[in-house]
Ligand binder design. Structure first.
Ligand code: PHE
Length: 460
């Protein structure tokens, strides 16, 4: 072990660290959120903008967080306070830990829906709905489920408990082992579904929607949405990348790792577009049907597309929701790890105790977020229920603010030798691209993230 913290362990292999980090990045953001946003923002044009944001904003910030985490070899909050004596910068880490915890409280609710749909798919519920012959039935089914006072809360608690038992095993045994097993599986399932999708009737229309950019669809707000999505999908500014990088060994090439994770994350998002859009087009569903795409449109779409072969729609539904559950679980684990690592190291308590505290608080707030779609739906602020408020505050405000602060910190305040040493592994590797990354962090990213932040506040 190459660090000086007795209670701080490392990933054991290069592939393990890449898969664990990719496991964190690949999640609801890729499979649920990306197709929704692409559907609403012009398909190919959005994809193009998204890729530009990943390269110019996402990757440099990821590298910056990696450098901070691996240098400090501690949880996010301590990492920042070790590196600076400046009061605002010292608190960026704590803010990241808080954001990670905050996102987890509502992310877990959608994860619970995915788990429920996976079980429904196994039980063949969607084919039973199809027999009713009314497309509206899927919307009613979804609304009835999310507004039920018990079921979604039960699944929310179940989901967080699964993640609890995995991370309680620690970094090597828990997170790395799980990611090494699950990420290849996820990729195989995606590949099978992609092939299915290419042979559906709507493939041509779906693929040209996703890949042919229509530049007339690009507006200022499309750019902002694409940037916000890059943050969310690449797990930026939530303390997660920093925490994971503290488990990297000293040989890990930070720039290359960020590239590999960024490529995996983007490929998975594109693959989910390839899986979803042809199916949606062949069933003549609206591509911009919003957040309900995965939970209302898709179950219906799978039934319609394979209506001549019901066994296929049964298998494809199971595979798809299984995929969503695995991808989500690896992300939930990493979000869970951020406050856990902080509590364990800060208060010097056991990992088990720290995990339990996080689990308990997330159960509590997760249940409240879940209930806000049902019995608590009357409690709103600015017309948003609690679930939507969590989504809005984290996506539009906390993430861009965190990204802004990280970029300013790495670009302007952090010791240049530390950055150089981290990006070149103390001069032992060339660290190609390091100066471009620092340049982007210094000038370009602060301006852009400030714009997203202000637009989130409706100031511009
Ligand atoms: N990037 C994840 C996704 O796309 C969400 C996430 C954010 C996970 C931060 C972990 C940490 O779904």
């Amino acid at each position: 072990m190459n660090n000086n913290h007795s209670n701080h362990s490392n990933f054991t292999s290069k592939i393990g660290l890449i898969l664990a980090t990719a496991g964190s990045a690949v999640g609801l953001g890729n499979i649920w959120r990306f197709p929704v946003l692409a559907g609403q923002n012009g398909g190919g044009a959005f994809l193009l903008l998204y890729i530009i944001c990943v390269i110019l904003i996402g990757l440099p910030l990821m590298v910056g967080e990696f450098a901070i985490g691996r240098h400090a070899q501690s949880n996010t909050a301590h990492a920042f306070s070790k590196l600076t004596s400046h009061k605002i910068f010292k608190n960026i880490g704590r803010f990241g830990v808080f954001t990670g915890w905050f996102i987890l409280c509502y992310y877990i609710v959608v994860s619970a829906w995915a788990l429920d749909y996976f079980i429904d798919a196994i039980l063949g519920r969607f084919s039973k709905l199809a027999e009713e012959g009314d497309a509206q039935i899927y919307a009613t089914y979804f609304k009835d489920f999310v507004s039920n006072p018990y079921l979604p809360v039960g699944y929310t608690i179940l989901f967080i408990l699964i993640s609890h038992f995995i991370i309680i095993q620690g970094v090597k045994r828990g997170i790395e082992k799980f990611a090494k097993l699950m990420m290849p599986l996820l990729f195989i399932v995606m590949l099978v579904l992609t092939v299915f999708s290419i042979f559906t009737e709507g493939a041509h229309e779906g693929l040209s929607f996703l890949f042919k950019p229509d530049f007339s669809k690009i507006t200022f707000s499309t750019i902002l949405v694409a940037m916000g999505q890059a943050f969310f999908s690449m797990s930026i500014a939530m303390g997660c990348l920093c925490t994971f990088a503290s488990y990297f060994n000293k040989e890990a090439n930070l720039i290359q790792t960020a590239f590999k994770v960024g490529i995996i994350d983007t490929v998975v998002a594109i693959m989910s577009g390839i899986i979803i859009f042809p199916a949606v087009f062949s069933a003549h569903f609206a591509v911009d049907s919003g957040a309900s795409l995965v939970f209302i449109a898709l179950p219906n779409v799978f039934q319609q597309v394979f209506s001549h072969l019901p066994i296929l729609s049964y298998i494809v539904s199971i595979l798809f929701y299984f995929l969503l559950v695995i991808a989500t679980l690896t992300s939930v684990i990493s979000l869970h790890e951020v406050p856990t690592a902080f509590l364990a190291e800060h208060f010097k308590i056991s990992r088990k105790k720290a995990t339990s505290i996080v689990t308990f608080t997330v159960c509590l707030f997760g249940a409240i977020c879940s209930l806000s779609n049902g019995p608590l739906s009357d409690y709103t602020l600015y017309g948003k229920n609690i679930f939507d408020l969590f989504d809005f505050l984290s996506g539009q405000l906390f993430l861009p603010l965190g990204g802004l602060l990280i970029a300013i910190f790495v670009g302007w305040s952090m010791n240049k030798t530390i950055i150089h040493n981290q990006l070149t592994n103390f001069g032992t590797i060339p660290g190609r691209g390091a100066s471009t990354i620092v340049f982007l962090l210094k000038y370009f990213i602060p301006v852009i993230t400030l714009l997203i932040f202000l637009s989130g506040l409706n100031i511009i």
